[in-house]
Design a binder for this molecule. Structure first.
Ligand code: SF4
Ligand code: SF4
Ligand code: FES
Length: 279
């Protein structure tokens, strides 16, 4: 079941099926197929351009959740490494009589090797069963994200989505907070929805003495886009922090609003819009 991405930090099966759909057993029986588990309406679409078979569609607006055309998908796995949210998996239920494979993105070193026995974990990081590494791919275009393929007993394949790190620290390890190693460059786009750079936000903090996320939003529109600041809010806070020396908990967050979407006359008239492959 699960409580969903907002509460648990990973999507529930219900959320995935609603946002991205799920392959039929008939499709699973044909061989490997990609499953996007990307349930939030964020401005993101590298998966769409990464697929050589044009099987993934985000379309317009860019906050649509991705849809996989299962008939076009060959299960090649290129979208797994290309997904910036590490939210795409390839499932092969035809691997053997008793086992199925899951291909997942993996960004820890050392990488496992084919034949390794590892601990197979659920979306939430819980141990589910033993897994066997079948393949490790390092696509050139995304060489910091390996695509690891792991075989597990078929009954666990809908749950298992990653493996335990080979050099995972002990449970009691306390992590130090990661300190960013320098300010964000001025020309980096921080708010992707409104295309606002770090330099513009910095200028708003300096010139208008903007010391809260809402003030910056009103000055330069960062946070007013389709995702309503879900993507850029933390970075805006970080820039205010860098410029003012305030602690993050002293910087007032943005006032949350329900997502607002522009509605075209075509949509009001019932015409479908924004789908990939629309004429
Ligand atoms: S697995 Fe390959 S064919 Fe299928 S959606 Fe991903 S990139 Fe496209
Ligand atoms: S690249 Fe990944 S996170 Fe971005 S829209 Fe596609 S599936 Fe979602
Ligand atoms: S990135 Fe969406 S509103 Fe800023």
């Amino acid at each position: 079941m699960g409580n969903g991405v907002i509460i648990d930090g990973f999507p529930s099966m219900e959320e995935i099926k609603k946002a991205n759909g799920w392959p039929t057993e008939k499709r699973f029986a044909k061989g490997p197929v990609a499953i996007a588990e990307c349930v939030q309406e964020i401005p993101c679409n590298p998966c769409e351009g990464a697929c050589p078979s044009h099987a993934i569609c985000v379309g317009q607006p860019i906050t649509n959740t991705p849809q996989v055309d299962r008939e076009k998908c060959t299960g090649c796995g290129l979208c797994v490494a290309a997904c910036s949210g590490l939210a795409i998996f390839v499932i092969d239920k035809t691997y053997s009589e008793t086992e199925a494979t899951v291909s997942f993105p993996f960004e820890y070193l050392p990488l496992p090797e084919p034949g390794d026995k590892v601990e197979a974990l659920t979306r939430g990081g819980e141990y589910r069963c033993e897994g066997t590494i079948v393949r490790v791919m390092n696509p050139k275009r995304n060489d910091h994200t390996a695509v690891v393929t792991m075989a597990v007993p078929k009954e666990y394949i809908d749950d298992v989505r990653t493996m335990k790190r080979l050099n995972a620290p002990k449970e009691e390890t306390v992590f130090e907070p990661v300190i960013p190693d320098g300010p964000i460059d001025d020309d980096v786009i921080v708010c992707r929805c409104e295309e606002i750079t770090a330099g513009e936000i910095r200028k708003a903090v300096r010139e208008y003495k903007g010391e809260s996320v809402t003030e910056i939003k009103r000055r330069v529109r960062a946070g007013m886009g389709l995702c309503q600041g879900r993507t850029c809010g933390k970075l805006v806070t970080r820039i205010i922090q860098e410029e003012t020396g305030k602690k993050p908990n002293e910087i007032l967050p943005s006032t949350d609003r329900p997502p607002v979407r522009a509605v075209t006359f075509g949509e009001l008239a019932g015409a479908k819009e924004g789908g990939c492959g629309d004429e």
